[in-house]
Design a protein around this ligand. Sequence first.
Ligand code: SF4
Ligand code: SF4
Length: 359
Amino acid sequence: MVAERLDSLAPAAAFRSAAEDFPYVAKTRVETLQFNIGRLCNQACRHCHVDSSPARSGAGDNASGELVDGVLELLRREPGLETLDLTGGAPELNPHFRRLVAGARALGREVYVRHNLTVQFEPGQEDLPRWFAAQGVVLFCYLPCYLEENVDAQRGGGVFEKSLEGLRRLNAAGFGGGGPLELQLVYNPLGPNLPPPQAALEPDYRRRLGEDHGVAFDRLLTITNQPIHRFRQALVRSGELESYLLLLKQSFNKATLDRLMCRRAVSLRWDGRLYDCDFNLVQDLPLKGPGGAAMTLEDLLEAPAGLRLFDELAVTVDQHCFACTAGAGSSCGGSLAAEDLAVVEAPRNRLSCSPNFEV
Ligand code: SF4
Ligand code: SF4
């Protein structure tokens, strides 16, 4: 049934991916290097697709200084990589994080930091808001609800209050006030639902966080939970995995395909391997070069400058990719398609944080 619907949306020749029925997707021009610098995190959220936690402190889970040197070298020789998008874990906990950010900014790159807010309260991180401001990074801060019980249920006891205090400190440093220091908030559903429309949820967030907590931000981005790792395990425990996978497939929206983040980005893992995105990275589905072999940062540094080897390269897709194409679509930058283009039968949450998800 789903395959039939997809067949009606694209030429039959386009269905030649590894996944059972996900459309063929190829890269266009790669402009973003996303770097997952390591799995170490001060939190252990139950939806974490990277399985991060404070226990992930070993060398096997975190990038070395040599790899960070290699990233800076790549940025130096590839001006087409306009953006460095840093994620983790909590990327700030890697000892080479600040050197990397400062180096990339000195090379004129836009730097995004996926910031969990509570890391500001870890030893030695108290100056992060002012340091971020001095570097001029763009912050993506995760807050899955404006209600304390829902945030703490997903991200751990006390996380909501700490996150609000972290946001106030970022506001005091100049972030989130509509000026050049951008602060984007990121929402994801607590349960096996699609996110509500981004544009409709944002005013709700702005009012509740502003009036109740004195916190400001620039934009709210909504993302869909990927059915992998901890969230998948929770779905298995609650008996909702199959219905969630079906929801994602039935909500397929062709209008999202042009803007999938894997088409314009590559993801580098802490061990030097390359992937099409952070989700493939944790699934260990490697980016395959023109010859079909899995690629590493070393391959990029040895290839002729210009990154032409990604042109039209097929993206490795699998079942979880339907989370990126459901409804209005989902990426690290929020929804992908105009929300009035979303498939009409895609179920919607009410316009608030979704109900708690019991696991
Ligand atoms: S803060 Fe982010 S990286 Fe850390 S455990 Fe939570 S979801 Fe995972
Ligand atoms: S999970 Fe999303 S971003 Fe990653 S390869 Fe699949 S469609 Fe692309």
